[in-house]
Design a protein around this ligand. Structure first.
Ligand code: FAD
Length: 384
């Protein structure tokens, strides 16, 4: 029998983090195997949603502003190369209540990073978006060049492009290794053996299940419910360009305009209950649906009573404060973790893949914020 093929790297998990890591490793000339239990963009993965916001605004957290900039450039390159049109420049509107500290910090960072934005006071907001009720809102910040990634399809485009660069994809559930030291191979549930020099576990909300002792207490998968409402027939106010994507941190609610007539998306950004991504119910909770209905009736009066066209239940894979986890396993030197997207990771796939590919080659200084040692077992969210 022919010996099993050996790879430079095996990337386990083909969500946005794993896919872009595989792609960047292949660009650097490495032989890469990408594995996933399911097909790319499947509905239980955090990357399997229809749409994700791509913004540069991150308060004073300049590292994420810069990563967003790098990533947007690479997403656009990918879509141009693959002749897909999966970024929609809807603009992103960040709203602030009476306390505008975060808004002002964001403005300073955006100025430093040369990101184009407009500061909008309340009268300007009311003039630009007359279909929105700005009760409790003091000011806004509009990033005209930001927008929406059509996420699930963007992920599939990333993987197709990675395959064209030589990455191999295999559908298989991988078992986590149990012994310390350098890892020579991994096994799949079906009994196959995978040989590689390095192993990257980019398993999103599954990381805690795979590595219960190390990551069980450090990755918090939370239930997140998403609602799509049908605007009134013939009414284009809830689609771009009349409506941007928007976030209001005081309410912990955000929305995405009606792109491709999928509906006006509204979702809660507060963390739901802790769940298991394999078994959680994917049906929305009636009480949450009622709350969202009354919220949109207040914020977008013309949507009062609008029918729900779709719902989704997904999960964030939070770290203690929202910083990503990109680090080695503490006892297995050639095994890396890439995860902790914490409800804001999708847009950063390209920059994360680039960073991790360089780390694997020992080519760049590790960013302390991404280390395992900064991931605690008590949640205190600070990245928005
Ligand atoms: C409702 C919602 C809204 C969001 N909004 C935004 C937004 O607006 N902007 C933004 O930037 N981000 C947003 N995010 C966050 C973003 O979607 C996630 O951070 C990102 O998709 C995480 O990607 P990942 O690759 O780490 O995980 P995943 O996409 O979950 O991928 C992990 C993969 O690992 C595979 N896997 C697990 N275990 C195994 C195993 N044993 N063997 C093989 N494969 C395995 C899984 O099948 C899965 O495909 C949102 C998330 C949610 C849920």
């Amino acid at each position: 029998m022919a010996p099993n093929k050996s790879y430079d790297a095996a990337v386990i998990g083909s969500g946005v983090f794993g896919a872009w890591t595989a792609s960047h490793l292949a660009r650097r000339g490495h032989k890469v195997l990408l594995l996933d239990s399911y097909s790319p963009g499947h509905s239980r993965a955090s990357s399997g949603g229809e749409s994700r916001i791509h913004r540069m605004a991150y308060g004073a957290d300049e590292i994420y502003t810069r990563w967003s900039q790098r990533s947007l450039h690479q997403w656009k390159e990918l879509f141009a190369k693959t002749n897909t049109h999966l970024f929609r420049q809807t603009g992103v509107l960040w709203l602030a209540g009476e306390d505008t500290t975060q808004l002002l910090r964001t403005q300073e960072t955006l100025r430093r990073c040369a990101v184009n934005f407009l500061h909008l006071d309340r009268p300007a907001l009311e003039r630009l978006y007359p279909h929105m009720n700005f009760d409790g809102v003091a000011a806004g910040l509009l990033e005209p060049e930001a927008g929406i990634l059509l996420a699930r399809r963007a992920l599939v485009a990333t993987i197709q492009d990675a395959l064209s660069r030589g990455v191999e994809f295999r559908q298989a559930a991988v078992l986590a290794p149990s012994s310390p030291g350098r890892l020579s191979s991994l096994s799949t549930q079906a009994g196959e053996t995978i040989f590689a020099d390095a192993y990257v576990f980019a398993c999103g909300p599954w990381l805690g299940k795979l590595f219960p002792e190390i990551l069980g207490p450090r990755i918090f998968p939370t239930r997140q419910e998403v609602f799509f409402f049908a605007p009134p027939p013939g009414d284009s106010r809830f689609a771009p360009p009349a409506s941007p994507a928007w976030l209001f941190q005081d309410d912990q609610v955000y929305g995405i305009p009606d792109v491709e007539s999928r509906g006006f998306k509204v979702a809660l950004d507060w963390h739901g209950e802790l769940i298991d991504p394999d078994t959680q119910s994917r049906t929305v909770t009636p009480a949450v649906a009622d709350w969202v209905r009354s919220y949109i009736a207040r914020r977008f009066p013309a949507l009062a009573g609008a029918p729900l066209t779709e719902t989704r239940v997904c999960q964030y894979e939070n770290t203690s404060n929202g910083d990503f986890l990109i680090d080695r396993h503490p006892e297995i030197e050639n095994l890396w973790f890439a995860g902790g997207g914490s409800g804001h990771g999708f847009k950063h796939g390209p920059a994360l893949g680039e960073y991790l590919a360089a780390q694997l080659e020992n080519g760049s200084t590790p960013e302390p914020r991404f280390s395992l040692s900064t991931k605690h077992s008590r949640q205190r969210r600070s990245i928005y």
